[in-house]
Design a protein around this ligand. Structure first.
Ligand code: BGP
Length: 491
């Protein structure tokens, strides 16, 4: 196997799906706290006639599992020890922005939040794991949406600068790998969480969902994300050149295959890649605002203008590496209206993918697509690549023997990791593989516990009950072998 000696092996989670303690030690709600799954477009906020603003209004009939999640806030030492037991040398999680700046617009950070992450990152280091930290994993403080309209407002850049500067100052000695916005290229698919955008208008028009946003707001958010990303790189490098900043994009949209060799369908596939991945990847990695967007802006009837200073900032401050999630591929033609969810894009079924996951969520499994994705990204950007999400969610229950024989997950990681090795052999500079959800967490898309990704099981269920005890699945031992042999046991 082609894995370099210092290859990063590990796993990835996110604060909002793992920690719980949603209002503990000063934290205030963020966007995911008011949703039961991103795909349910029904945030627990309501319009207040008197103030002329949205405010928190959770639905009492719903179980917001992320509020307690799997209690990682109180159990991270025990969990990180379990991760170290598999031989992880890297671990990805996020900082919940709202623990550091609870409403997002304060002048001073919340010390309790800083102390929490200080200890968590020290713990990772003690256990031999390189922290890979996402600055915002769908975690924009809710107040920034209800008060300012979220990322469509350039004021957020200022709040973000304060937040990232605080993080780099406080944690820069322990954390070298920073990711800016998790899957920010899902902005148009999931504007409320991935974009952190809310159009503040009295929703008298009941035909509009509460979280509806105008296209102009979404493109304004795009503009502000490009500027904020470049500023993050600049701040980090000026403060300490050893800090490495990467973007984090959902790249299931790279493996978007044309249905056949009809030239129109080939072009559709190209446009799907541009419209879903490269439109963020190109500015972040190449420092350009792509020319192909002009047509899209015309079609959307929006105005997007960058100043000369902004263009220079974007040009001068490209990311150090490219990190991404990969769950699936899809197939397009000129007729299809592409849909999607947290897996990425979904179009036409691919008859060549015979390897179907035994699960109710229906995501196609395409390990070869990961090799393809790595090659396309490396050809385009020539930057070190880091896989920070790939995994399979299954409906599982603990057997009488106290474990889960998750053979499909074993097969899934083996096939994907073999394709990573093949891509490295192709010449791709891939630096690591961080499996998504090494411990069961709340699903981002559906808000369920039932959709389990872990090598470690957590006793908690969709109705909220459970002891929260941890148990080891069989895939834990296989991943450990793969890591210990640096992939060689897959030969
Ligand atoms: C990605 C998100 C993660 C994660 C994953 C799996 O889009 O970055 O937060 O949860 O998808 O999705 P789900 O939890 O919906 O199965």
């Amino acid at each position: 196997m082609a894995f370099p000696k210092d290859f990063m092996w590990g796993g990835a989670i996110a604060a909002n799906q793992y920690e719980g303690a949603w209002l503990e030690d000063g934290k205030q709600p963020n966007v995911t706290d008011v949703l039961v799954g991103i795909m349910n477009r029904d945030p627990g906020i309501a319009w207040n006639e008197e103030t002329g603003k949205y405010e928190l209004a959770l639905n009492p009939d719903k179980a917001y599992l992320s509020h307690e999640a799997v209690d990682g806030y109180h159990r991270y030492r025990e969990d990180l020890a379990l991760m170290a037991g598999m031989g992880f040398n890297a671990f990805r999680t996020s900082i919940a922005w709202g623990r550091i700046f609870p409403n997002g617009d304060e002048e001073e950070p919340n010390e309790a939040g800083l102390a929490f992450y200080d200890d968590m990152f020290s713990c990772m280091r003690e256990l031999g794991m390189e922290p890979v930290i996402t600055l915002s994993h769908y975690e924009t403080p809710l107040h920034l949406l209800t008060e300012y309209g979220g990322w469509s407002n350039p004021k957020l850049i200022e709040f973000w600068r304060r937040y990232v500067t605080t993080c780099f100052e406080r944690f820069g000695d322990k954390v070298k790998y920073w990711l800016t916005f998790n899957e920010v290229n899902a902005l148009f698919r999931m504007p409320f969480v991935a974009g952190g955008v809310l159009t503040i208008t009295n929703p008298a028009d009941v035909t509009k969902p509460v979280d509806s946003t105008t296209l102009q707001d979404q493109w304004d958010a795009y503009h502000n994300f490009l500027v904020a990303n470049a500023q993050t790189v600049k701040i980090a490098h000026e403060m300490d050149p050893s800090l490495k900043v990467g973007c984090m994009l959902t790249c299931s949209g790279v493996a978007t295959y044309p249905r056949d060799c009809n030239p129109v369908n080939i072009r559709c596939a190209l446009e799907a890649q541009r419209n879903n991945v490269f439109y963020f990847g190109d500015p972040f990695c190449l420092g350009i605002v792509p020319a192909y967007l002009k047509r899209r802006w015309r079609a959307d009837g929006v105005t997007v203008e960058f100043t000369e200073e902004e263009l220079e900032l974007i040009r001068e401050n490209t990311v150090d590496f490219f990190s991404f999630s990969y769950y699936r591929s899809t197939v397009v033609d000129a007729e299809i209206n592409l849909g999607g969810d947290t897996s990425g894009l979904s179009g036409i079924d691919n008859p060549f993918l015979v390897d179907k996951a035994p699960q109710p969520w229906g995501w196609p499994v395409d390990p070869d697509g990961l090799r393809y994705t790595l090659n396309v990204l490396y050809d385009r950007y020539h930057l070190p690549l880091l896989i920070v999400e790939n995994g399979v969610g299954l409906d599982e229950s603990l057997g009488e023997d106290g474990t889960i024989h998750d053979d499909f997950r074993v097969h899934y990681i083996e096939e994907h990791i073999k394709n990573v090795a093949a891509a490295i052999d192709d010449g791709v500079d891939c630096r690591g593989y961080l499996y998504w959800g090494p411990i069961d967490v709340v699903s981002a898309g559906t808000g369920e516990m039932k959709k389990r990704y872990g090598f470690v099981y957590v006793d908690r269920f969709n109705d909220g009950h459970g002891t929260l005890e941890r148990a080891i699945k069989q895939s834990y031992y296989r991943y450990k072998e793969i890591i210990e042999s640096n992939g060689a046991c897959l030969e």
